[in-house]
Design a protein around this ligand. Structure first.
Ligand code: HEM
Length: 469
C-alpha cells in the first residue's frame, strides 16, 4: 500500500457551496458520502429539486442493472452535456432509439476489431516517446496534455482511419473550451437557466469550438461518402451498420453526432486515466518498476502485440486502481421515468439520483485504507471477494461504456510501451488540486520528470518500424 496526502487532496464540505460547483464539485459530496449508503439533499425550492445520492453496491445494482428500464439520464447532466456532446447520439438516446443505436454501434467495438488496433496504439505511444526523447534527460512534461495528444491521435485514426484532411491540433484546441464549459453549464442548468445562452467565462470560445467540431465532422463524413470503398475503421463499420431487426441504417445526423461523441468522450476519458496512472506510478516507484518488468517480459525484444496485450495483468491492475482513486467520470446521473422507490427510498419523477463514483471508490466500508494506492486490490482473488458494483469506472448494466474494451486495451498498450522507454518521477514542490469538468482533471499542470531508458530501445524501434511499414 502506498500512501500520499495528494491521494485525497481536499476536505469534504459539510455544507455545499456554489463556488465549489464550478471549481471542484467533489468538495460538495458531504463527509457522510464516504460511509453511508443513500442520502438526499433538500434542494432549493422551487428552483433546485431534491437530489438523491447513492453509494451502496446493492442500490447501484437496482438502479443501473436490475431496474435500469425504470430510469433515464438525469435532466441536469443531460442538458449541461448537450452542447459539448451532440443530441442524436447513443449517449443521449433512450428506449427503442437507444436500443437500435447500441445494436448498430456495438459491432465496431468487438474485441477482434480492438485487438487489430494494437500495433497502431503502439505507434501512437512511440510517436509520443520520440517527442519526449528529443527533450533530453530529466525533462519536465505536462502529462495530461501529452496524454490528450496521444489518445486523440489514437481515437482519430481508430474512428476515421487515414484521413489527410484532419487537423488534430485544431480539433484539440477547439475541444478544450467545450470541455471546460461543462461545470458552468451544470450550474446554469441547476438554476433552470438555458446553458447555451447564460453568460459564463469562456462561453463564446466554447460556442465557437462546438461549431468548428460539428462542421469538421460533417466535412470528414462527406469526404468518406465520396469514396465509398469499405474500411475497417469505426466510421467504416458504422457506415455499414444495419439493425438486424429492422434493417435501419444510421442517418448522417446520427453518424455526425456519434463520431463527434467518440472523438470527445473517447479521448478525454482515456487521456485523464492515463495521466493519473503515470502520476501515481511516479509516486509509487516500486509499482512502476514492477509494471515495467512485466512489460519487458511480455514484449521481449519486440513490441506489445494483439497476441501479448492480454498478458499485461499487473498493468491492468494498475489502471484499475488508478481509475478507483481518480475515476474519469466522478458521478453518474439517472432520473426515474415516474414516481418510484429505490430500495426503501421514495424518489419523485423530477428528482435526480447520482451514483457518486468518487465516494463509492473511497467508501470506508468497501475498501481497506481507501485513500492508499494498491494495485494488488485488483488481483483476481481480491477482486472476486468484492461486490461487483463496488467499482464502476465504466458504469454498469445495459448502458455500460461501449468503449470499455477499447479503452482498457489502448491504455494497457500505451502504459507498457512508455514504461519501457522512460522512468517517470514527480516534480518536487508540486501539490495536487482538482478541477473536474467533463472528466476528472487536475487544476493546472500535472508535471512529471522523465528519464529516458536506453536499453533495447533502438533495436525495438527498428523492428517495430519494419513491421508497421
Ligand atoms: C478510460 C476511458 C473511459 C471511461 C472511464 C468511460 C466511462 C464511461 C461511463 C462511466 C459511461 C456510462 C455513463 C452512464 O451510465 O451514465 C460511459 C458511456 C459511454 N462511453 Fe465511455 N468511457 C471511456 C472510454 C470511452 C471510449 C474510448 C469511447 C468510444 C470510443 C466511449 C464511448 C462511450 C459511449 C458512446 C457511452 C454511452 C453508452 C450508452 O449510453 O449506451 N467511452 N463511458
Amino acid at each position: 500500500m502506498f500512501h500520499d496526502p495528494d491521494f485525497m487532496p481536499f476536505t469534504p464540505r459539510r455544507k455545499p457551496s456554489y463556488r465549489a460547483v464550478t471549481h471542484n464539485y467533489l468538495e460538495n459530496y458531504a463527509p457522510e458520502a464516504y460511509r453511508t449508503d443513500f442520502f438526499t439533499s433538500q434542494g432549493l425550492w422551487p428552483v433546485i429539486p431534491p437530489m438523491h445520492y447513492v453509494v451502496d453496491p446493492e442500490l447501484i445494482e437496482e438502479l443501473l442493472v436490475t431496474r435500469a428500464e425504470a430510469f433515464r439520464r438525469d435532466d441536469i447532466a443531460a442538458k449541461a452535456l448537450r452542447g459539448p456532446v451532440e443530441g442524436d447520439t447513443l449517449f443521449f438516446s433512450e428506449g427503442a432509439e437507444w436500443k437500435w443505436q447500441r445494436r448498430a454501434i456495438s459491432p465496431a467495438f468487438r474485441y477482434e476489431n480492438i485487438l487489430a488496433l494494437v500495433p497502431f496504439f503502439v505507434r501512437c505511444a512511440q510517436a509520443q516517446a520520440e517527442e519526449w526523447r528529443r527533450l533530453g534527460d530529466g525533462a519536465e512534461v505536462e502529462i495530461t496534455e501529452a496524454m490528450s495528444r496521444t489518445t486523440f491521435a489514437v481515437i482519430e485514426k481508430a474512428v476515421f482511419g487515414a484521413s489527410e484532411n484532419f487537423d488534430g491540433e485544431r480539433f484539440i484546441a477547439a475541444l478544450r473550451p467545450v470541455l471546460g464549459s461543462f461545470a458552468w453549464r451544470m450550474l446554469a442548468t441547476m438554476f433552470r437557466l438555458p446553458p447555451d445562452w447564460t453568460p459564463y467565462p469562456g462561453l463564446l470560445s466554447a460556442r465557437a469550438g462546438s461549431r468548428f467540431l460539428h462542421e469538421e465532422t460533417v466535412k470528414l463524413l462527406a469526404e468518406r461518402r465520396a469514396r465509398p470503398e469499405p474500411t475497417r475503421d469505426i466510421l467504416g463499420l458504422l457506415l455499414s451498420a444495419k439493425d438486424p431487426e429492422s434493417g435501419r441504417m444510421m442517418t448522417d445526423a446520427e453518424l455526425v453526432a456519434n463520431l463527434h461523441g467518440f472523438l470527445l468522450a473517447g479521448h478525454e476519458t482515456s487521456a485523464v486515466a492515463l495521466a493519473w496512472t503515470f502520476w501515481l506510478l511516479a509516486k509509487d516507484q516500486a509499482s512502476q518498476q514492477r509494471a515495467r518488468e512485466e512489460a519487458e517480459r511480455v514484449a521481449g525484444d519486440g513490441e506489445i502485440t494483439p497476441e501479448t496485450v492480454e498478458n499485461l495483468a499487473f498493468t491492468r491492475q494498475v489502471l484499475q486502481e488508478s481509475m478507483r482513486l481518480f475515476p474519469p467520470f466522478a458521478a453518474l446521473g439517472r432520473q426515474p421515468r415516474e414516481d418510484t422507490t429505490l430500495g426503501s427510498h421514495r424518489v419523485a419523477a423530477k428528482e435526480p439520483i447520482y451514483v457518486l463514483t468518487w465516494c463509492l471508490h473511497r467508501h470506508e466500508k468497501l475498501w481497506e485504507e481507501p485513500t492508499a494506492f494498491d494495485p494488488d486490490r485488483f488481483s483476481p482473488e481480491r477482486a472476486k471477494a468484492r461486490h461487483r458494483y463496488a467499482y464502476l469506472p465504466f458504469g454498469a448494466g445495459p448502458r455500460i461504456c461501449v468503449g470499455m474494451g477499447f479503452a482498457l486495451t489502448e491504455m494497457a498498450t500505451i502504459v507498457a510501451t512508455l514504461l519501457r522507454e522512460f522512468r517517470f518521477e514527480t516534480v518536487p514542490g508540486h501539490r495536487l488540486e482538482l478541477a473536474p469538468t467533463f472528466a476528472l482533471r487536475p487544476k493546472g499542470a500535472l508535471p512529471l520528470r522523465l528519464t529516458p531508458l536506453a536499453k533495447h530501445a533502438p533495436a525495438r524501434r527498428a523492428a517495430h518500424d519494419a513491421r508497421v511499414a
